[in-house]
Write a protein that binds this ligand. Sequence first.
Ligand SMILES: [Zn+2]
Length: 312
Amino acid sequence: MRSYADTHCDTVVKLYCDGQRLRKNAKQIDLERLSVYGTGIQVFALWLQPWYYEKAFARTMQYLRFYQAELAANQDKICPAFTYADIEKNKQNNKISAILSLEGGEAIESDLERISFFYEQGVRMLSLTWNHGNALADGVLAPQKGGLTPLGKRAVQNMEKMGMILDVSHLSDAGFYEVAHLMQKPFIASHSNARAICDHPRNLTDAQLQIMREIGGYVGLNFYPPFVAQKESVGTEDLLRQLLYLLDKAGEDAVGFGTDFDGIDKMPYDMRGVEDMTIFLERLEKELGPTLLQKVCEENFLRVTKKIWKDT
Ligand SMILES: [Zn+2]
């Protein structure tokens, strides 16, 4: 089966909290099911439940050490990627590439040095916020709907210098535009859809998708039904409608997948988990043709990593 990049899943935190393992589990992603797709790319987010914000750094480190231990235990199937060359090497060695991200800047506890620390620990993508406001910026549900704080602006500049991907999924609209103004390099929305199709603050407006097109950014299609369509029953046909709209507005070079698997309590009615990506991929093959499908599956995200990450 065709390999693909998925720029967001919450599998690590889900497994840690439920005492399950990465190789085989009853959640939406495990390595046995993921490896059917060959040498794909899976971004694993470390998301912090709000009740851990008081000890955000320590709790995030527990998730990070669990992630590292799970990768170490499964080297026959998956290897970390810190550079573009690592992804190429992993493909040659017939391995899935694992990329580590932080979902929400709470983990740094207002200390910008910790962004460098997490980079050294292998983190290559970070979103300033989850849904709430924090020391760096306001998330989409923060009542004051503010943008970036002075500390958040410095964090963005530091990330750009160190070659860490900035993820604006969950960031407020005001924050989005400030990031667009501050950054020279592209940024991404790892798991967000189009608001014109499904009016939810977690989704991007047409104007934001246009900016993604102009900066050479990337938008990962989110599979969570309430972000896909405003109706009772959401299936892969609705995912397709979102994807086609994103391709139209952000462009064929700026769209991929950001499934949100293991972060979502509901799936499209005709999918159970990663094992059913095949249903969607087969549908896309017919709809998009092989060249565009290859862009959506991997090339668009690879282009962004090449542009943003350091070579070594
Ligand atoms: Zn999320």
